[in-house]
Design a protein around this ligand. Structure first.
Ligand SMILES: Nc1ncnc2c1ncn2[C@@H]1O[C@H](COP(=O)(O)OP(=O)(O)OP(=O)(O)O)[C@@H](O)[C@H]1O
Ligand SMILES: [Mg+2]
Length: 336
């Protein structure tokens, strides 16, 4: 691994370029590869944080069920599952310990960085499949605590999905996408339903759905497009909640809509939350730009990458601070 120590002074790209004779075009390409690797690294860090968050309940529950079933064959299976989950955690911790903002100065470093993250994710994906196989073998119905078992299965599924999406973002070719015809109305309705099912998430926010009778469809992987939708929706919820703290009288509102416009399938999420200043608007798609204490500043850049990969466009508009925001996604229509 050729990552440099954080304290070492980072040579600038032009200094690096001065030692090797490369054309301006090659320099431009190298710059792009390095920039992508830096973004990939941030995506990797975000993945590790989220994955560790989801792993915690899984570990706690599997240990609990292991002690409840001590000495039985099932207990041994829970132990195996715990070991596999710890492997995932220690891989994540290794990645996280490398440094907050690693200097990546050359093409070979860039490639090594991306490959390292991809490898860790691929190994994690394998661990999640192995955990799934153990869960299938145990068959939760034989346990007294059926609910905990279901929670473990759910956590593992979410981890698998998160890992798969991250891999997709890092290295599109390595992941098999399940491209189907996605009905935007179903996606919007179903995701909004799932997200609002948790009363804490959307408490006090009025959510309205305006779905197009034309039922716009796009060609995409449902799970991956869902991630975009969730990112935008979560931002809207967080923005409304933050504004409500400043303006307790406000009735927070989120409008989700779909439509067909100029031959494109469109989905839009409008909120009456904090809004954006011109300065923040200019930075919204920059990796690591966040105004939240617990944010990673990656939801929007990841969403942009996904949408552009599907030949679409994502746009944010706001009349200014405290005036809400609207995020519009346009994608090629998939005809019947
Ligand atoms: N609907 C919105 N209203 C106001 N500001 C927004 C909205 N959506 C995004 N932003 C601004 O853009 C920033 C970047 O958003 P992004 O989703 O990329 O990262 P984040 O939400 O801060 O962190 P995370 O990586 O967890 O998504 C936010 O911190 C916020 O300042
Ligand atoms: Mg976000």
């Amino acid at each position: 691994m050729v990552l440099k120590n954080q304290n070492e002074k980072e040579p600038s790209l032009s200094v690096y370029a001065a030692h090797v004779t490369i054309t301006p075009k090659q320099l431009g390409e190298t710059k792009k590869i390095i920039e992508k690797a830096r973004t990939d690294f941030r995506i990797g860090r975000r993945y590790c944080h989220e994955s560790n968050n989801l792993l915690t309940p899984l570990l706690v529950l599997s240990e609990l069920l292991q002690s409840d079933t001590t000495g039985t064959e099932v207990s041994e299976k829970f132990r195996e599952m715990g070991v596999k989950s710890h492997e995932v955690r220690s891989r994540n911790m290794d990645l996280l310990s490398i440094g907050k903002d690693i200097p990546i100065n050359s093409k070979s470093q860039a490639t090594a960085t991306t490959n390292m993250i991809i490898r860790a994710c691929q190994q994690n994906l394998k661990s999640h499949s192995e955990i799934q196989a153990i869960l299938d073998e145990i068959d939760g119905k034989r346990l007294n605590d059926e609910n905990s078992f279901k929670d473990i299965a759910k956590s593992n599924q979410r981890l698998k999905k998160l890992t798969r999406n991250t891999l997709h973002l890092l290295h599109r070719e390595s992941i098999e996408e399940n491209i189907t015809s996605v009905d935007l109305n179903n996606l919007a309705g179903e995701t909004a339903r799932v997200m609002t099912a948790d009363p804490d998430t959307a408490r006090g926010i009025e959510i309205t759905l305006g779905l197009s009778p034309e039922k716009p469809k796009v060609k995409a992987d449902l799970d991956i497009l869902d991630e975009v939708f969730i990112n935008i929706f979560k931002n809207a919820i967080q923005s409304c909640k933050q504004r409500k703290i400043l303006h307790p009288q406000l009735v927070p509102e989120i409008k989700i809509s779909t439509r067909v416009e100029d031959g494109k399938a469109v989905f839009e999420i409008e909120d009456n939350g904090l809004g954006l200043s011109a300065e923040n608007m200019a930075r919204i798609f920059q990796p690591n730009f966040t105004t939240k204490t617990s944010g990673m500043g990656l939801g929007m850049p990841i969403s942009k990458r996904i949408i552009e990969n599907y030949g679409g466009v994502i746009k944010v508009s706001s009349d200014g601070e405290m005036k809400g925001a609207t995020v519009t996604v346009r994608l090629p229509l998939h005809g019947e």
